[in-house]
Design a protein around this ligand. Sequence first.
Ligand SMILES: Nc1nc2c(ncn2[C@@H]2O[C@H](COP(=O)(O)OP(=O)(O)OP(=O)(O)O)[C@@H](O)[C@H]2O)c(=O)[nH]1
Ligand SMILES: [Mg+2]
Length: 242
Amino acid sequence: MSGRIVAVVPAYDEEAAIGAVVAEIHAVDPAIDVVVVDDGSTDATSAAAAAAGAAVVRLPFNLGIGAAVQTGFRYALDHGYDVAVRLDGDGQHDATELPKLLGPLERDEADVVTGSRFRDADDSYRPPLGRRLGITWFAKLVSLLARQRVTDTTSGFQALNRRAIALFARDYPSDYPEVEATVLLIKHRLRLLEVPVTMREREHGSSSITFLRSVYYAFKVTLALLVAMARRYAVPSEEAHR
Ligand SMILES: Nc1nc2c(ncn2[C@@H]2O[C@H](COP(=O)(O)OP(=O)(O)OP(=O)(O)O)[C@@H](O)[C@H]2O)c(=O)[nH]1
Ligand SMILES: [Mg+2]
């Protein structure tokens, strides 16, 4: 892949997993810089990330996943990276699959490439019921709004070119942000492509999403999507951010 690549890794209390995540990315390609955004962790996430060779941006408080990811894109934009890849700090995304995400960007077939768990019919990933319902609902809704088939609206495994980095550095939703972010992309006429990936189960720590919370999020994010559709947008120009 030509151009400089940064891996943006949001992490909240991931001291047990973060070192291996950074090492795996470097094992795939040592030229990929890694920035871990430590979202106000109470454990040794920052130290573990730095020890593994990542740059660390530490947020002073826990700001939530959306703000953590946006901080990472801001970092990518300010440091002049051509491509950003985003992986979770809990080790669920398999860095060896990065080339699948980077290929279409390299060939300029898309502005954002998302790793989808649901593109392959035989995929073994089975989320809990509450989440599964949410996943189906949002896949239908987002596909309708985007006028293209989107199967995984909550995947945080993505590769982005500079146009998309510039957009997300400026504007990124909070709380379950990936669903709304997809609509944001479409509204800005950026090209989105999904490629099939497999995702691992969480090995350490705990999930942020309980059943009740998924019901709450389903309402909240649906509302946010409708508002996002009604908003007026300008196609981002990189120069506007300089
Ligand atoms: N829980 C949580 N995670 C955060 C926060 N800020 C950043 N993150 C990171 O965001 C990534 C995704 O969060 P997860 O809780 O794993 O969400 P998920 O992958 O949808 O849920 P699981 O399948 O249970 O892992 C992880 O790398 C977290 O460390 C936050 O405020 N809360
Ligand atoms: Mg996770």
